[in-house]
Design a protein around this ligand. Sequence first.
Ligand code: ARG
Length: 276
Amino acid sequence: MPVRVPTTRRYLMCPPRYFAVEYAINPWMDPARPVDTEAAMAQWTELRDTYRRLGHTVEEIDPRPGLPDMVFAANSATVVHGRVLGARFRARQRAAEAEHYRRWFVEHGYSDVVMPARINEGEGDFVWTGRMLLAGTGFRTDPAAHAEAQETLGVPVLSLRLVDPRYYHLDTALFVLSETTEGSPGQIAYYPEAFSPGSRQVLARLFPDAVLAGAEDAACFGLNGVSDGRNVVLPAGAGALADRLADRGYFPVLVDASEFRKSGGGPKCCTLEIRK
Ligand code: ARG
């Protein structure tokens, strides 16, 4: 069994003080089904403290009233090699989030911040493998944003097409278990059925060693995981996937993210990685 080596990460998170489901922009959201804000805050705090316990740094951005989805920090930027590509949201209800995050980066000393012309929902649809950016489209991020990300970030971008409305962001259908480095090919997990036939073939060719998730793993947001190369934070329902990752040498850490699922989100959606 391979030895999995963690690397220390820096994350940005937004407390769910104003979190709610007030509109429906994905099939999971039902405004008639109330969110328990206190439970959401407890789940979010557990997630943040889990990262800290694993040795990672967590920065916090202040939430704003009237932006109930601002807790989903992953959607608000993509940061690779210290350069920040901001977001531009598809839904008008979320549009104002982009500027709050842009300002956070500028105020925290990030001088290389570029705002996009095309719709891109940050790490919701852009997933860094260590060598390239996997880029989702089909529901949210404009395919033209993929080329824009390549030009802006100066890294190779590979387009993938999502076809199942329940998995409307790439980070609901795929995540990186270990990054590609000079010494290691890296590894991902994904749910093949969320992708078009062509994109499935691309994934199979590029990642022959991937962990393939099933319908049940996907439905509990098991692909919305956060790995540091060794420890893999997963939503509590994803026990079956957790067992399979343990068989591959990873250390699953299950957290309750049930309140965020009501909005179509999981642990990864609440977590934006800041990469040097
Ligand atoms: N309610 C949010 C939306 O539909 C959830 C975003 C989840 N974030 C993610 N990275 N998948 O936009």
